[in-house]
Structures are given as C-alpha cells and as structure tokens.
Design a protein around this ligand. Sequence first.
Ligand SMILES: CC(C)(COP(=O)(O)OP(=O)(O)OC[C@H]1O[C@@H](n2cnc3c(N)ncnc32)[C@H](O)[C@@H]1OP(=O)(O)O)[C@@H](O)C(=O)NCCC(=O)NCCS
Length: 250
Amino acid sequence: MFCNARRAVLPGAMATPSAPPVRVAVRLAAPTAELEALAEPLLAPEERVRRDRFLHDGARREYLVGRWLLRTTLAAELGADAASLRFVENAHGALSLPAPATLRFNLSHTKGLVAVATCDGHDVGVDVEDRLRRGRTTEIAHRFFAPAEVAALRALPEEAQRDRFFAIWTLKEAYIKARGLGLALPLATFAFDLDTDPGAVGLSLTPAARDDATRWRFERRDPTPRHRLAIAAATGSSPIDLDVVWCAGR
Ligand SMILES: CC(C)(COP(=O)(O)OP(=O)(O)OC[C@H]1O[C@@H](n2cnc3c(N)ncnc32)[C@H](O)[C@@H]1OP(=O)(O)O)[C@@H](O)C(=O)NCCC(=O)NCCS
C-alpha cells in the first residue's frame, strides 16, 4: 500500500552515509458522524468550548475527528488513557505533550481527511490538502511562495501546475508546523525544489528562516486520489521510515 520512502536530498550537500531510519507513524481517518461521536467522551473541557464555537458542521466534524484520532493514536503509542491526555499549547498554537514526554506529534485536517503524525524524539509536522478544493492556486503561489518555487511552477505545463502547487503547499505547511511556528514563519523565507533531483525533496533556507536545512527530512504521499499529504521530520541524517495506517472506529 504505502511504501518506497523517499529521501530528502539537500542541494549541494555532500553525500553522507545514512544513519538508521527513524519511524514516523501517520494515522489517517475519513471524518464521519460515527467517529465524531466517539470523540465526545474523550474531550477535555477546553476542547468542548472550542467544539461549541464552530458554526459549520463540516469544520466541527473535522475538528472532533482530529481530536479522536490524536487522542487514540497518542494513547496507543504511550500506553495511556485517551481521555486523560492533556496538551501544552505554544504561542503559535502548536500542541505538545507535557514534559518529560519525548513523543512529538502534529495533526492536520482538510475536507474528507484527518491525519496525525507522531515521531519519538524528533519534531514532526504533517499537512493534508484536498486538491479539488476551490481556490486560485496560481494567485496563492504568487503571493506566498518563494521566487524559485514560483518560477518552477510557471515552467511546468499548465495541466501539471495544480498538482505542483499542492505538493509545495503541503511541504511548506508541514515544515512550518514541524517548527511549531505556523504562519509566523513567512512562507517565502524557505523554498522546496522538486526538480533538481526528481523523486527527492530539496530544501533551501534564507537567513530569515533561522534554521539548518540538514536537520530535515520530507515525505510525500497521495492517501486518496484527491488528497495530498506531506511530512516534515527533524531526523537529520536518518531517513524517515514512514508507517501509514488508515483508522476506523470500532
Ligand atoms: C498552523 C497553521 C499553518 C495550520 O494550517 P491549516 O492548513 O489551516 O490547518 P491544518 O488542518 O493543517 O492544521 C491544523 C492543526 O495544526 C495544529 N497547529 C496549530 N498551530 C500550529 C503551529 N503553530 N505549529 C504546529 N501545529 C499547529 C493544531 O493542532 C491544528 O489542529 P486543531 O486546530 O484541530 O487543534 C495555520 O493555521 C497557522 O499558522 N495559524 C496561526 C495560528 C496562530 O498563530 N495562533 C496564535 C494563537 S491563537
């Protein structure tokens, strides 16, 4: 099903021997009324407050199924009770487990898909997007992408540009989420290159990104025909061993 992990290749980097792979688990679920109901007994008081603020049923369902998937995934990884888990939130909205937990995680939702990624000891970010969603991808790219990404996008045949947009967008979101900064990190301060070494993901950073590109590895998947997924994990010289599983309530 999901195999052939791709290595991130950094432009200009010397070939170095790889360290042992690091496992990144990705758990996926399609938001349904059944899973939404399973989330209810697991919610912390602040999550109930947030649930009650959603005006759209679809957004509320994505949020609740995200909480169900997050809590059941972490509970399974930690051998803990899903309802007892508590999270710490940083100034940019990123969630983590309180110290001394070493398990890192991130979550993403879009129409029709929720994803949770976990990695022990290494920061991880995940993004999923619906490539059929409405919106002017070219204009968004021109506004937010780095100049090299825009140039590479424009060089493609028109029919390939939508897929390239979502490939770059999911990578960018996965990276800013793995850093815990979200959109506080301007999207044009770093650039992905999918052309120099086809099949690999290159990352270049401007000084404003305040980071070291060699810390990062990336993976991309198409979990359904309409959904695109990207993972960023700070595993350094260790390739990502990606373990992707679809989850359903029982
Ligand atoms: C984080 C961000 C990139 C999410 O993008 P998105 O594509 O709209 O949403 P996704 O579904 O992929 O991800 C949402 C999840 O990412 C997580 N998340 C939120 N902020 C995050 C951050 N800074 N870093 C990592 N993860 C973050 C949350 O778990 C969230 O899910 P939840 O709302 O159900 O808890 C973007 O919304 C952002 O930067 N927002 C700014 C948030 C902020 O600055 N908040 C200030 C405190 S109020």
